[in-house]
Design a binder for this molecule. Structure first.
Ligand code: GLN
Length: 322
């Protein structure tokens, strides 16, 4: 890296920001750079990164627009803007994100949580808080949990309207060790780790007693939530660079038609579910008919219904274990 010094004027010239750049100049210029590099939310990202580089809240930035940024902080900001401009996702640079209004740590190697996945959690909470929810302890499984956002948000937000917590035990499971560790970290961060379990394994195998090291051969769940990999293999290369180059393929690749995991879910998951239990799946916006058919034809599920996301796209399928 070139060091800016009077002996090295070229490096000074090549720097993005002059000394005595104000907060407003820094984020405006950062946003222009990001926009030129094809970043969708350039203004939002440049502000977030400047706030991080200066270690202040974004509100402070807005209030102190004419304050100069120190040269050290400018260097840090410049490096972050360059990383973002090269396609690295904002969340990998900041190391965190928000989901259902809760904080989560994000790490490379684990899928970055998506806003539209909140629909699944809202549906799950609606069911947990409804009159038809059974009395007594109910176990809930977040299968293919990734960073754990679904299971952890349910564990954290499942309070009855009178404020009492629902009697649930949430398990987060994933085939990736990185995911299981990160989910545990995130559960600690949200203060729910003591009421949760974290299991590494291939789909439902650890609970069905089919894994080499079964977590518990007799675990039966009253609700299973799953956001499996569902992108058709050939489509992965066409996704935006933040996803294609930085999200793990393991979390995206749903096989040649994107439906491999739904086929497995339809036959493997019922054996660890209570009859009458609810299955909640995230789907790709084109997969409603295919997934409904897979579930219905398995003979294990009925009452399949689809819920759209805020963009009006098919996003979630719910079905009841027969
Ligand atoms: N929703 C993600 C995307 O569109 C994919 C995540 C998944 O396959 N479950 O990139």
């Amino acid at each position: 890296m070139s060091v800016a010094s009077p002996k090295n004027p070229k490096a000074v010239k090549n720097r993005m920001f002059e000394d005595a750049t104000t907060i407003k100049e820094a984020y405006t210029k950062g946003a222009a750079m990001l926009e030129a590099a094809g970043v969708a939310d350039a203004v939002r990202d440049s502000r977030t990164l400047l706030a991080l580089a200066m270690d202040v809240s974004e509100n402070r930035l807005i209030l102190g627009q004419q304050i100069p940024v120190s040269p050290d902080r400018l260097r840090v900001y410049e490096r972050m803007v360059q990383r973002r401009a090269s396609g690295e996702p904002l969340q990998h640079i900041t190391g965190n994100t928000e989901f259902m209004g809760l904080p989560f740590v994000v790490r490379p190697g684990v899928l970055i949580p998506r806003r539209e996945t909140e629909i699944m959690v809202e549906k799950a909470l609606e069911i947990i808080k409804s009159d038809s929810w059974p009395e007594g302890r109910v176990r809930i499984l977040d299968l293919c949990c990734g960073s754990g956002v679904i299971g952890i948000s349910i564990a954290r937000l499942a309070q009855a309207s009178d404020g009492s917590a629902a009697d649930i035990e949430v398990t987060c499971a994933d085939i990736s060790t990185d995911c299981v560790y990160l989910a545990h970290t995130n559960a600690e961060l949200n203060g729910v780790d003591r009421n949760m379990r974290f299991v590494r394994g291939d789909m439902a195998a650890p609970f069905a007693g089919r894994a080499d090291d079964p977590a518990d051969a007799s675990v039966i769940f009253g609700m299973v939530c799953c956001n499996p990999p569902y992108i058709p293999t050939e489509v992965i290369g066409t996704l935006q660079r933040e996803v294609r180059d930085h999200d793990p393929t393991l979390a995206l690749d749903g096989g040649y038609d994107g439906l491999d995991f739904y086929r497995r879910i339809a036959c493997e998951v019922p054996e660890v579910m209570t009859p009458g239990g609810t299955l909640i799946l995230e789907i790709g916006s084109e997969q409603r008919e295919a997934v409904t058919e897979i579930l219905t034809e398995s003979g294990n599920f009925d009452k399949a219904e689809c819920i759209k996301d805020l963009a009006g796209l098919d996003r979630v399928i719910m079905a009841v274990r027969k």
